[in-house]
Design a protein around this ligand. Structure first.
Ligand SMILES: Cc1ncc(COP(=O)(O)O)c(C=O)c1O
Length: 463
């Protein structure tokens, strides 16, 4: 081996090119048409602090979407960083079958203490989709063991989103992401989304009689013997368009689940950990699900971790002698990784130390005021908001609510215009949204919304 080769880390030949160029030689990015990178290569980042992402030359972007809805307390929070460092020195990783450790036990104790009533057992995994897969499989196996093997369909929502694995896609309802794989999905019924702006009954949330719920009941009435569980995102549908819906809808759905004897799975992967102003979004409706999925904000976005929480009755059904074959045969290599659990515990500490939930009110007021300022513009069809989540739905024609569509790519225009003003805005199609960390300060919010207003005005003026 020559001298130079010996010094160079493996695989770093020809690394003098810029980071973006090197990236594009080998990396395939998620949710990205890679051809777009010809004109918009990935932006190299060197560090992050609080709500800001810094490039190597010291310029920054406001992370207005909490890096895909994960970051709760700001980037590189010293308390969480310290906890990760300390845990990495003590115990890095261990299989979670036959062994346990303090970070996981402590986290399970804390999660069950703050979760909605009755959720007493925690099954760890490592991302939102797997938390959902676990929930679906638990529900199906439960009904099999109760002598009801026909209960193996699910009921989800149009525009619901639960992840990108096959089970999660089957119960989701966002065609843009899933349609291609539909032939391989298992059967899942879809009820209309509680999408007030595009309400099929034309109520638009005013004097609402929850007609969309009647559709759900129709499905349950007819098929409840085949349905294992209803799955939905509590209080707002995230990837489906940040569609905020009334707490009463959630409450009534929980009642329907009880009435028709199907499990209620609440997917709090996006909404959990304070995003709606409550620790868990189901609290707005006083609902306690049979199964709850969490991830993303669980570690405040520092490391991948997820958990599926279940009620005692469900857990008990799986408990028995080995030869009764009630074991739940599911697990992931990184289940309850100690460093990830330590990050999650540290994130929960920060909630206490900084009173993070108390800051949601301030963020929400700023968001609402910005949305209200924008609502009169010609391209703004609808605005919606809950906690630190707020969205503007852009339309080509306000009177017909006609969308811009994929040719115009207005979301891409917003993205580019945002970057020019130090803002990371990554619209979902025609929906511009904010998903702010709970740590955002007034001064930062003022700057973010001032710049965002410039972006929206600019796009409005050339539309
Ligand atoms: C509500 C919800 N469930 C599940 C998922 C999937 O999580 P992951 O991307 O970690 O698999 C997401 C991701 O955005 C989500 O918003």
């Amino acid at each position: 081996m020559d001298k130079e080769r010996k010094k160079r880390p493996i695989g770093t030949k020809g690394v003098r090119a810029g980071l973006a160029e090197r990236d594009l030689r080998h990396i395939w990015h998620p949710y990205t048409q890679m051809k777009d990178c010809e004109s918009m290569p990935p932006i190299p980042l060197a560090k992050a602090r609080g709500i800001k992402l810094f490039t190597p030359d010291g310029s920054y972007y406001y992370d207005t979407i909490s890096s895909w809805w994960c970051n709760v307390h700001g980037h590189c929070h010293p308390h969480i960083v310290r906890a990760i460092r300390q845990q990495a020195r003590r115990l890095d990783h261990v299989l979670f079958a036959g062994f346990t450790h303090e970070p996981a036990v402590k986290l399970a104790e804390r999660l069950t203490a703050i979760a909605p009533k009755g959720l007493s057992k925690v099954f760890f995994s490592d991302n939102g989709s797997t938390a959902v897969e676990v929930a679906l499989k638990l529900s199906v196996q439960f009904w099999q063991m109760k002598g009801k093997p026909d209960k193996r369909c699910f009921l989800g929502l149009d525009r619901g989103y639960h992840g990108d694995t096959f089970g999660a896609m089957s119960v989701s309802g966002v065609d843009l992401y899933n349609k291609r794989f539909e032939p391989m999905f298992f059967r899942a019924f879809k009820a209309p989304a509680p999408y007030c702006y595009r309400c099929a009954s034309g109520m638009g949330g005013v004097g609402c009689s929850l007609n969309c719920l009647a559709e759900m009941e129709k499905i349950l009435k007819r098929y409840h013997e085949k349905i294992a569980a209803i799955i939905l995102e509590p209080m707002f549908l995230g990837a489906g368009g940040m569609i905020v819906y009334p707490a009463l809808y959630l409450k009534k759905t929980a009642e329907l689940a009880k009435k028709y004897k199907v499990h209620l799975i609440l997917d709090e992967v996006a909404s959990g950990f304070g995003r709606t102003g409550k620790m868990f979004a189901s609290e707005h409706a006083g609902v306690s699900p049979d199964i709850m999925c969490v991830s993303k904000g669980l570690t405040s976005g520092y490391l991948p971790l997820a958990a599926t929480l279940v009620k005692e009755e469900l857990f008990r059904a799986f408990y028995g002698d080995f030869d009764k074959f009630k074991t739940f045969y599911h697990g992931h290599t990184y289940t309850a990784n100690p460093i990830a659990c330590a990050a999650a515990n540290a994130s929960l500490d920060v909630f206490d130390m900084e009173g993070s939930l108390d800051n949601v009110g301030l963020i929400n007021r700023s968001l609402k005021s910005f949305l209200s300022d924008m609502s009169g513009l010609g391209i703004v069809g609808d605005t919606r908001c809950i906690g630190v989540v707020g969205a503007l739905e852009l339309v080509k024609d306000k009177s017909t609510k006609c969308s811009f569509g994929p040719k115009r790519r207005i979301g891409q225009e917003i993205y580019r215009a945002g970057l020019l003003r130090n803002l990371l805005l990554r619209p979902l199609g025609d929906i511009v949204y904010f998903f702010l960390p709970l740590s955002a300060r007034q001064r930062e919010l003022n700057e973010i919304f001032e710049k965002a207003s410039e972006v929206i005005y600019e796009i409005n003026s050339c539309s």
